[in-house]
Design a protein around this ligand. Structure first.
Ligand SMILES: Cc1cc2nc3c(=O)[nH]c(=O)nc-3n(C[C@H](O)[C@H](O)[C@H](O)COP(=O)(O)OP(=O)(O)OC[C@H]3O[C@@H](n4cnc5c(N)ncnc54)[C@H](O)[C@@H]3O)c2cc1C
Length: 232
């Protein structure tokens, strides 16, 4: 608890990502956190939340603007820890499903290119992220969102540093950990702790993985596991 009080419990379910939980919440667990390093953080994202004073009729609720150079893009995100010159962009326009989300004649738009998680060995600067923001907006203008930058009336902008601070995620990851067949046989972290048999984890870093449907499923699976462990 934030006031340092202690609540005893027979079973603890943690929604914090597993590696940060071992690093930050438990004492003397540096060894276990190190053992779990074979589970690499997933990618992160540059998040732009825009309010614009126009309607882009051509947008659907969910939209993808693909990279012309997907190999270069995936290499930048997952191998060379760079910000892609030509990223694939996920864009959400919620007004298409619910007009009450913005004033008449306006839209709110969420823009999310995937980018590398934070890597202390290959740091990226605030200027690097700002340059990517500009590349993304120019690409969207080129792909049909005419004068997008001129229509922005309000903006929220998150880098992986903000994501790490906001959600305590592992190095700014947004989908938990990577399933890597060489490092972890393609599995995520198990849902029950190996150190404490009454400690369970839910969320993006445990099986079955990140994304809203999967994390919801992880909660149901952990419920079933607890009931099975209790013999119910
Ligand atoms: C910008 C962004 C866009 C995304 N877009 C999509 C999408 O379009 N579709 C999709 O399916 N998925 C998307 N995801 C992924 C999805 O949001 C995650 O996979 C999912 O939210 C993970 O759920 P979770 O319960 O593991 O963690 P979270 O949703 O992060 O919940 C964990 C909560 O625990 C809190 N917490 C952590 N540590 C502590 C602590 N010590 N004490 C108290 N509280 C703590 C955090 O603040 C957080 O609120 C996106 C993620 C991000 C960041």
């Amino acid at each position: 608890m934030s006031d340092d009080s202690v609540i005893a419990a027979d079973i603890v379910v943690s929604n914090m990502e597993v590696i940060p939980a071992y690093q930050k919440l438990f004492q003397d667990q540096a060894k276990e956190a190190k053992r779990l390093q074979r589970f690499e953080p997933s990618c992160s994202g540059l998040v732009l939340h825009l309010g614009v004073d126009c309607i882009y009729e051509q947008l659907a609720h969910h939209n993808f603007f693909y990279s012309d150079h997907p190999r270069e893009h995936f290499d930048a995100v997952f191998h060379s820890n760079r910000l892609s010159n030509d990223p694939t962009i996920y864009l959400v326009a919620p007004v298409k499903s619910d007009a009450s989300q913005a004033p008449a004649g306006c839209e709110i738009i969420k823009i999310l290119p995937h980018i590398p998680h934070l890597n202390p060995d290959k740091p990226l600067s605030a200027d690097d992220y700002a340059a990517l923001r500009e590349r993304v907006l120019i690409k969207l203008e080129r792909m049909g969102l005419t004068d997008l930058r001129k229509h922005i009336v309000c903006e929220e902008y998150w880098t992986p540093i903000d994501i790490e601070q906001k959600y305590y995620s592992n190095q700014g990851s947004i989908y938990g950990v990577v399933a890597d067949r060489f490092k972890n046989l393609g599995f995520k972290i198990p849902q029950r702790s190996k150190q404490f048999n009454n400690l369970y984890f839910v969320g993006g870093s445990v099986n079955p993985g990140g994304g809203m449907p999967m994390v919801t499923l992880s909660g149901q699976l952990v419920r079933d596991k607890i009931l099975a462990d209790l013999g119910k």
